[in-house]
Design a protein around this ligand. Structure first.
Ligand code: MSP
Length: 550
């Protein structure tokens, strides 16, 4: 009985850490840009898990399945709406699983639990008088599922015809007049401005400034339409007590974050982090906090906004026909995951190309990391298949040349630096740091010529020091890289036989040679040939073969 109570209280006391991805439109199959959003959120939650093992991670993702776009896509695919949505939704789920996105909840907006949450949320807004009915007219973009103000619309000639398009997205807009329910966004200008004063509430700060300016520049924040006539948008959640109106897809979609938190019993609210692309910043940085405040709920603690992946300099998107399918990339999933998290910065767009993927994966995963691991774990230099003990005395006697000092120094500083980079969501800087240390480790290994030391018995201790320092550097790097390349890190740490409960952040904070008085024992490593990452061949035929078998 007492044991049950103790177990119960230790479960209850875990602090939830709630991170979300946007939910993905099912009007088209996933592309590399979508995958990226999910990978960013996954890397964040993995880092939290490493540093705070006592957190209960809630990581939600899912699919946004209502609206005109989906109606049109299902009709085009000649499938029933239910079947069409289920197909694309499961494509997202399986893509995420294959790329190591460890979500704990997957919300589909067509699920009953979600519809209940949306209706409940709507009633809260009505009860507090933040919703009213009005005649609405304006430019509407089906593609963006949003009204576009007159000032954000321009003329453009397309296929010989002059059409109106949205300045922001470039998508076509149509003049629309209808009866809608409106949300009193105008009532929240001050509250939103106050919320946006909190440092870091939107990261990076450039996006926070954009939102602040958006509010400052509008003397009057207009109310927004939050329903559509059901006659036009029938694939949607109906407004409670009004069968003729459908709830606006963005309101429906945003509430998914509450659905996963167990709303109306808001178990894990507010969310700790919403990860979003810059194209949907306004919805998360203006509309969503206003909806929440209107329902007397707290806005999210933080919104992390990222820039886009482009192909040949143009934003990757299905409608522009330049979307790259992640499964068609010429390598295993972890190479693409590595590239996406390693290359992109949150503030600037990044350009994708197969050549870049191949070059980065080969030079960093195969040559710099993989090759070093193979050499120090291989039977040629390490016939006893050990992670040798380190004896401080020997370290002093045989290794203090310039390269060694540089490596030891850089490896000691790496965990702290990487911790800061992860905390700032600057994954590329964390990876840069690790690769820099691994370059030094390769140089160190070469400089000490372990293949020569190996020939003389009296040099065995010296060789052990070289192997130890290299393997210790690999152990620390492996722990640090877990949020970026979880599968490869696991493979490396398994090879070095690092116990599963010794792979937390605290386990990489100090290298062995800095731990005074610690007894470093010799440990076995997993024996056998070790290839961490198979090089990708640039030869066209080989790339093609890989694609076919992927
Ligand atoms: N359904 C809405 C989100 C509702 S959340 C309450 C939506 N869906 S989406 O499928 O169009 O986009 C989902 C995510 O993918 C967004 O974060 C978006 O920024 C991201 N990306 C889509 N194309 C992208 C790139 N080319 N590059 C990086 N991310 C991009 O918006």
């Amino acid at each position: 009985m007492r044991l049950t109570l103790r177990l119960f209280s230790s479960v209850v006391q875990k602090r939830p850490f709630y991170v979300t991805t946007p939910i993905f439109y099912v009007n088209a199959a996933p592309h590399l840009g979508h995958l990226y959003t999910a990978l960013v959120a996954d890397a964040v939650q993995r880092f939290e898990k490493l540093t705070n093992p006592h957190y209960e991670i809630i990581f939600s993702t899912g699919t946004d399945e209502h609206g005109t776009k989906v109606q049109q896509a299902a009709a085009k695919a000649n499938l029933s709406l239910a079947e069409y949505c289920a197909n694309i939704s499961s494509e997202y789920a399986s893509l995420f699983r294959d790329f190591g996105v460890e979500y704990t909840d997957y919300v589909r907006t067509t699920e009953e639990r979600h519809k209940k949450a949306v209706r409940h949320f709507w009633k809260e807004l009505v009860d507090r008088d933040f919703i009213y009915k009005a005649n609405y007219s304006g430019w509407y973009s089906v593609n963006d599922e949003s009204f576009v103000p007159e000032s954000h619309v321009k003329d453009e000639v397309r296929n010989g015809e002059t059409v109106k398009v949205s300045l922001e997205s470039g998508h076509r807009v149509e003049w629309t007049e209808e009866i809608n329910y409106m949300f009193r966004l105008s009532a929240f200008k001050n509250d939103l401005q106050e919320w946006l004063k909190n440092d870091g509430v939107i990261t990076p700060s450039k996006y926070q400034k954009q939102l602040q300016e958006m509010l400052e520049n509008s003397t009057h924040l207009p109310d927004i339409s939050v329903s559509r006539p059901a006659s036009r948008v029938h694939w949607a959640i109906r407004v409670p007590d009004d069968e003729e109106q459908s709830i606006y897809v963005w309101l429906d979609a945003l509430v998914n974050y509450l659905t996963a938190a167990g709303f109306p019993a808001a178990r894990a609210w507010p969310a700790d982090l919403h990860v979003v692309g810059k194209d949907i910043l306004k919805f998360h940085g203006i509309y969503w906090p206003a909806f929440l405040l209107a329902a007397r709920l707290r806005p999210p603690r933080r919104v992390l906004c990222h820039a886009h992946w482009t192909a040949a300099g143009v934003k990757m998107s299905k409608s522009l026909h330049n979307a790259v399918c992640p499964r068609a990339a010429p390598a295993a999933a972890h190479a693409l995951r590595y590239l996406l998290l390693r290359e992109a910065t949150m503030a600037q767009d990044a350009n994708y190309s197969e050549t870049k993927l191949i070059n980065v994966a080969n030079s960093e995963l195969a040559d710099t990391l993989g090759n070093l691991a193979s050499r120090c774990c291989g039977a040629a230099l390490n016939p006893r298949q050990e992670f040798p003990a380190l004896h401080a005395q020997e370290l002093l006697q045989c290794s203090l040349n310039d390269v060694t000092v540089r490596l030891l120094d850089a490896a000691e500083r790496m965990p702290d630096l990487c911790h800061t980079h992860y905390r700032n969501y600057q994954f590329y800087k964390a990876v840069d740091e690790v690769i820099h240390v691994l370059h030094l480790a390769n140089l160190f290994f070469e400089t000490h010529k372990p293949w020569e030391l190996r020939k003389q018995v009296e040099n065995q201790k010296h060789l052990d020091v070289i192997l130890h320092i290299t393997m210790e550097t690999l152990r620390i790097s492996g722990i640090i890289l877990q949020p970026i390349i979880p599968d490869l890190s696991t493979k490396l740490l398994d090879k070095l036989q690092i116990p599963k409960d010794k792979r937390y952040w605290k386990d990489c904070e100090r290298p062995s040679w800095k731990i005074k008085g610690a007894i470093h024992e010799t440990k076995n490593i997993q024996s056998g040939k070790f290839v961490l990452f198979q090089r990708i061949y640039t030869d066209k035929n080989n790339v093609q073969k890989k694609k076919a078998s992927a």
